[in-house]
Design a protein around this ligand. Structure first.
Ligand SMILES: Cc1cc2nc3c(=O)[nH]c(=O)nc-3n(C[C@H](O)[C@H](O)[C@H](O)COP(=O)(O)OP(=O)(O)OC[C@H]3O[C@@H](n4cnc5c(N)ncnc54)[C@H](O)[C@@H]3O)c2cc1C
Length: 292
């Protein structure tokens, strides 16, 4: 690996100073499970590695004013096991629990998963379904970017080099929002997704879908929302025919490629099958819990 300097700022202010000072020459380090690998392989060659401190807001995990605040340094293991996340954002807890192994989940952070911007990042479809907001801060300014506007391509985002992701904010949608997540992989453990599907539906007392989110991973250059499929559901009392039509629209939204994990055709077929299955399960669960 190339040689580089290491900085360990002690709080947010010092982190913003370092990020502003080094700009493109610097790179933030959280769990290091992506960064160190990318540096070993020569894909990233920062002159300075700046460790994100284990202090607030990076370590925050709390509910305030109808929002769940998740610091960028919160790990997959914390998201998997936190009673707050399990109760209020089960789709995120489930997705985080699918990342790597126990050892990886103890290091890997939500901030790192987001900024790496892999089309196969497991928490990303869950965060899309939850309408997560990303807080990007640099010296003297703070902006909020909705997660569906963050990704530009594999490894590419709208984040500027001196911007630090401080936290992720997720509006609490309540009990009527029923979610599902599934990661399809060759192995059930320590494997990158062939397809990730996350679904969220709001139904009303009459059984009609008020609002829906369908997000897909590993089937396009970025994680995506299948918006046409979502729109087709809105206001409808779902039938088998409608669910089939929605699954076909989700398939239409994807543009998978063939790689060592699966062919484009297989991914394409699995988007249809998994969307159909997860949507059916979500609707059954919402009816079982008395929301329709
Ligand atoms: C063996 C193995 C298995 C894996 N399995 C999976 C898997 O199943 N699913 C999956 O989704 N991923 C998987 N990964 C990838 C990786 O673990 C995740 O993407 C992880 O969430 C990255 O988090 P990190 O804290 O380690 O990030 P780091 O490696 O520390 O950083 C990743 C990137 O984010 C940037 N960054 C980090 N924090 C910030 C911040 N606060 N602000 C701005 N930029 C920041 C870094 O500069 C770097 O570019 C695996 C990795 C390994 C090594």
């Amino acid at each position: 690996m190339h040689s580089f300097d290491y900085r360990a700022p002690k709080d947010l202010e010092e982190t913003l100073e370092e990020a502003a000072h080094w700009g493109e020459k610097g790179r933030l380090l959280a769990g290091g499970t992506d960064l160190i690998l990318f540096m070993e392989r020569g894909r990233l060659r920062p002159e300075v590695v700046i460790e994100v401190p284990r202090t607030e807001p990076f370590t925050t995990l709390e509910e305030t004013n109808g929002m769940i605040r998740i610091g960028a340094r919160v790990t997959m293991g914390q998201l998997e096991h936190s009673p707050l996340i399990r109760e209020k954002l089960p789709v995120l807890s489930q997705a985080a629990g699918e990342v790597g192994s126990v050892q990886i989940r103890n290091l890997a952070t939500i901030g790192g998963n987001i900024v790496t911007a892999s089309p196969a990042g497991d928490t990303l479809p869950a965060l899309l379904v939850l309408d997560a907001q990303l807080m990007l801060q640099k010296k003297g300014s703070l902006r909020t970017v909705p997660i569906d506007q963050f990704f530009l391509g594999p490894g590419q985002t709208v984040r500027e080099p001196d911007e630090v992701l401080t936290e992720v904010r997720v509006p609490v949608k309540g009990d009527r929002f029923v979610t599902q997540f599934y990661k399809l992989a060759v192995r059930s453990y320590m494997d990158i997704a062939i397809v990730d599907v996350a679904i969220g539906v709001y139904t009303n007392g009459d059984g009609a879908v008020e609002d829906a989110r369908i997000a897909l991973g590993s089937v396009a250059p970025t994680p995506i929302r299948a918006r046409e499929a979502e729109e087709r559901l809105k206001g409808q009392v779902p039938t088998e025919t409608l669910i089939d039509e929605v699954a076909l629209l989700a398939q239409k939204a994807s543009s998978p490629i063939t790689d060592q994990r699966g062919s484009a055709e297989y991914r394409w077929l699995m988007v249809y099958r998994l969307t159909k299955r997860l949507l059916t399960n979500a609707l059954l669960n919402s009816s079982a819990s008395g929301h329709r």
